[in-house]
Design a protein around this ligand. Structure first.
Ligand code: SIN
Ligand code: CO
Length: 390
């Protein structure tokens, strides 16, 4: 089956990519986006790094110590003091600040959108990079400007020896298995745990499209916290029918069994797990940024009747699922609500379209629950009414 996304993956295509490469092995795609031209200039990226709400870092190969990390926000003077070469600037979540960068994500919709983390952009001077390392997430490295040499190494784990560096997790050993120079439009996919090292050959821009996967440590901590909040104080260890213990100081196997059975019953609640998961995977990285868009005066019905479209807040993360009771759970930036199943088409539209033309919503105008859902999303600032200047 061919898909509109195949071209991004060169000869490999989506089906084979998912079967053979995703989460398994690196893939180089020459001219994944032929003629790609970066929608952001290096000086604009540096401009973003001056902003308080933007997460940015500079890595110097030979700073006060090898691979020195500096954290933003930066000032103009910081840039004036940098050497000619051997440093890189990294700016996180540029997709939330530059709509043309967010547009790039449309090409990756062959993967679940809730797995997406963000688009990080790095600008590197010749010799610049972040050192040999591995990440715990899947990343597509799109070369947007200039040339960068990438070396791919061994599979790593939390046991892999690291250099003694106070700032960054730089690998002590690197067993180079492949090496390529990427040109603009080329893209390299790297699965979690695979060592990689990108060194700029010329001034260059690299876009990292990262996909997050929660660690089980994170799942256990947050899911059990979520579950615990659903329970009241009456739900507790119970040992009705207790047999007199041989030794009252001993915790006997029956006590542990009782505890385990109760816990298993709690975590086996699949609906609770799914609800927590939807909330967790849609949590937003910058809640403050989200808030800044809230328009107290936004009037949905008036806006739609005046022909205004609804847009996604650039920071919103949306997903949905059909629950066991047939209702639709709508997840938005770490929260959720349930709507009747007849709204499925609307929910799909809301989650998949960053731009909701007023005509596409016309059929829902008479449905109070549909309008209520849109109103809720608008009130929270997850959806925004298009302004006249957009
Ligand atoms: C970079 O763009 O310099 C770093 C990307 C990565 O290695 O994950
Ligand atoms: Co990396």
């Amino acid at each position: 089956m061919t898909s509109e996304f195949d071209a991004l993956l060169g000869d490999v295509g989506v089906e084979r990519f998912l079967r053979e490469y995703w989460q398994r092995k690196p893939l180089l795609i020459r001219q994944a986006i032929p003629g790609y031209s970066s929608p952001i200039e290096p000086n604009e990226l540096a401009g973003l790094s001056l902003e308080e709400e933007v997460e940015s870092r500079i890595v110097l190969k030979d700073g006060e110590h090898p691979w020195q990390l500096r954290r933003g926000p930066f000032a103009d003077e910081d840039y004036q003091q940098l050497p000619e070469k051997d440093w890189t600037l990294l700016v996180q979540a540029v997709d939330q600040f530059v709509p043309e960068v967010a547009d790039l994500l449309q090409r990756f919709r062959f993967l679940p959108t809730w797995r997406l983390d963000d688009v990080m952009i790095s600008y590197a001077t010749p010799g610049g990079g972040v050192g040999p390392h591995f990440d715990n997430y899947d990343v597509f490295l799109l070369q947007a400007e200039g040339q960068r040499r990438w070396r791919i190494g061994q599979h790593c784990s939390s046991e892999s020896p690291l250099q003694d560096n106070p700032d960054l997790r730089i690998l002590r050993d690197f067993d180079c298995q492949d090496e390529w120079v990427l040109e603009p439009g080329d893209m390299l996919y790297i699965p979690p745990g695979v060592a990689h090292d990108g060194v700029a050959e010329t001034d260059c821009l690299t876009f990292s499209i990262g996909f997050r996967a929660p660690s089980y440590q994170e799942v256990l901590v947050h899911f059990t916290d979520y579950l615990a909040h659903q329970l009241n104080d009456d739900a507790r260890y119970s040992d009705a029918g207790l047999k007199q213990p041989q030794d009252p100081a001993a915790i006997d196997p029956e006590a542990v069994d009782r505890l385990q059975q109760s816990l298993l019953a709690l975590v086996q609640d699949k609906e609770a797990l799914a609800t927590w998961f939807g909330r967790h995977m849609t949590e937003t990285r910058y809640p403050e940024l989200m808030q800044s868009y809230i328009d107290e005066d936004a009037d949905l019905r008036a806006g739609l009747s005046e022909g205004q479209a609804l847009l996604h807040n650039p920071s919103v993360r949306l997903a949905y699922r059909v629950a066991a009771n047939d209702q639709i759970q709508v997840f938005a930036s770490g929260e959720h609500c349930a709507v009747p199943s007849r709204l499925l088409a609307l929910v799909q539209l809301i989650c998949n379209q960053a731009y909701l033309a007023p005509q596409s919503l016309e059929q829902w105008h008479q449905d109070d629950e549909a309008m209520e859902l849109l109103e809720q999303l608008l009130d929270k600032g997850y959806l925004l009414l298009e302004r006249d200047d957009e």
